[in-house]
Ligand binder design. Structure first.
Ligand code: GLU
Length: 307
């Protein structure tokens, strides 16, 4: 990836291919696009296909086609994490060599007494391929200022423990891959759903251990079903309909707390996005409360699941 010019805003949208885009993912795509474009910056798309067992065949192509029909065109090539194992291996080797990471044979049941939190190896067995974890020191408090939610603090040792970088089944952990990729792609601003808010301190610890810059973070409110559940691609969330992009874009705009009147008269995606950009005010984004789905959510005709 070519490096961004110094201080040039570079944002990204990084879906996992676990299903089609739903309103929550479209909101993250549109929110990160609007913030990047408003800053005169670039906007990248990265497919986070790290976990083949959870992947839905064809989902990444559907996601990319949906983004195209919503008019959200990435700058530069779409990157796929599934092809970037060598970069993650390099980072892991550095962490092992510096002593920041260690091999671990503990199984899930070994850690049952501590609720899955690892502070020291307690397992008696050995696994054919050990997991690799980041060593989290005692009293490890990590704080950062979220652009929408203000100061956030986590005691990573107590709340998370030594966390996995490469799993015992050989798969790369999201935390390692996302940190390596955001740095490699020179991402300056991470804008994503609030479900990842509690991953950010782990990512900051990893950036420090790898001597990588920490980007700015903004966590958008979660879009919830009327009964308060978060929408998820792999769950029962109804996909947005790329064949009818305007209603979906209007709904995503509304979940970002922006006024519907501003874009009401737009009749094509290009005009809608350009008009949205002129009227976009990040101060209106609802945080920290969840946004709720507008009364009429446009859904894909292929999908029969009711919200
Ligand atoms: N791949 C994650 C998801 O689809 C997003 C990761 C990120 O934005 O850091 O929820």
């Amino acid at each position: 990836m070519r490096p961004a010019p110094p201080n040039r805003y570079r944002g990204r949208f990084a879906p996992s291919p676990t299903g089609e885009l739903h309103l929550g993912s479209l909101m993250a795509a549109l929110g990160s696009w609007l913030l990047a474009r408003r800053a005169g910056g670039e906007w990248l798309v990265r497919i986070e296909d790290l976990d083949p067992p959870r992947e839905v065949p064809g989902a990444s192509d559907l996601q990319l086609a949906a983004l195209r029909s919503f008019g959200l065109q990435p700058d530069g090539e779409v990157v796929r994490q599934g092809r970037r194992g060598a970069l993650y291996q390099d980072a892991l080797d550095r962490l092992l060599a510096s002593g920041a990471a260690f091999r671990c044979h503990c199984s899930r049941s070994d850690l049952a007494d501590t609720g899955g939190i690892h502070r020291s190896c307690v397992g008696s067995g050995t696994r054919p391929v050990p997991a690799v974890r980041l060593r989290v020191p005692d009293r490890c408090e990590v704080g950062f200022v979220d652009a929408l939610r203000g100061r956030q603090v986590q005691r990573v040792d107590r709340e998370v423990g030594d966390f996995v970088l490469r799993r015992a089944d050989g798969l790369w952990a999201y935390q390692l891959a996302v940190v390596v990729d955001d740095a490699d792609q020179a991402v300056t601003d991470v804008v994503r759903g609030a479900d990842l808010l509690d991953s950010t301190p782990r990512q900051i610890l990893l950036q420090r251990a790898l001597a990588l810059p920490t980007p700015n973070y903004a966590h958008l409110p979660l879009v919830c079903t009327p009964d308060g559940r978060k929408l998820s691609k792999s769950g029962d969330a109804v996909p947005v309909d790329p064949a009818d992009p305007l209603p979906a874009l209007r709904a995503a705009w509304a979940t970002l707390g922006q006024p519907g009147e501003a874009i009401a008269s737009c009749t094509d995606t290009t005009t809608l996005l350009q008009t949205a950009l002129r009227h976009f005010d990040p101060d209106r984004i609802p945080a920290p409360e969840s946004a709720s789905i507008p009364a009429t959510v446009p859904t894909s005709p292929r999908c029969t699941t009711a919200l």
